[in-house]
Design a protein around this ligand. Structure first.
Ligand code: S3P
Length: 176
């Protein structure tokens, strides 16, 4: 099945499964898979946590916008974004122009479980407890919800989330 959209863009908080679901989705619809965090890591030659530590969050956000703008003419891609890409209204506008924006929604408990398995996320420092991370999620929810489609992922595995999105795409395209 080929979606009628130029691209499919996955947004959501850290640990939402954007990369895993994105790969499956890309394979299912014959689109290329792209990951904005990976583009930043490749262009800067260092991991994200080093960018944050050495240059600060603002520098990372600038790289993020730069990476996004570099994809503006891409088509037939599933694009996984970093959890904070929706913070800048400029980014949100560009995302909407680039394709269908899908928010992978998960409860804080689910996200926390996944995020605590990795030490690669500078904004997911749990050393002072879970409240700061919960606050970060709460502050972003209304921005994530500006997506075209919301996929609730709590009770689904990655394949099921991808299938749900494909199903919604068919319905939106009117080909069901
Ligand atoms: C961030 C999420 C990360 C990465 C960076 C900042 C955020 O991506 O872009 O650490 O602000 O939520 P993932 O959502 O893929 O973990």
């Amino acid at each position: 099945m080929l979606p009628v959209y130029k691209n499919i863009i996955l947004t959501g908080f850290m640990g939402a499964g954007k990369t895993t679901v994105g790969r499956i989705l890309a394979q299912s619809c014959g689109f290329e898979f792209m990951d904005i965090d990976q583009i930043i890591v490749a262009s800067q030659g260092k991991p994200i946590k080093d960018i944050f530590a050495e240059e600060g969050e603002e520098a990372f956000r600038n790289y993020e916008t730069e990476a996004l703008l570099s994809l503006q003419n891409v088509s037939e891609a599933v694009i996984a974004t970093g959890g904070g890409i929706i913070l800048r209204s400029e980014n949100r506008q560009v995302l909407k122009q680039m394709g269908l924006v899908v928010y992978l929604r998960a409860s804080f408990e689910t996200l926390l479980k996944r995020v605590s398995q990795s030490d690669q996320r500078p904004l997911a420092d749990l050393s002072t407890g879970t409240e700061p991370l919960k606050g970060l999620l709460d502050s972003r929810v209304s921005l994530y919800e500006q997506a075209d489609i919301v996929a609730d992922t709590d009770d689904l595995d990655s394949r099921q989330v991808a299938d749900y999105i494909l199903d919604r795409l068919k319905k939106v395209a009117g080909s069901d």
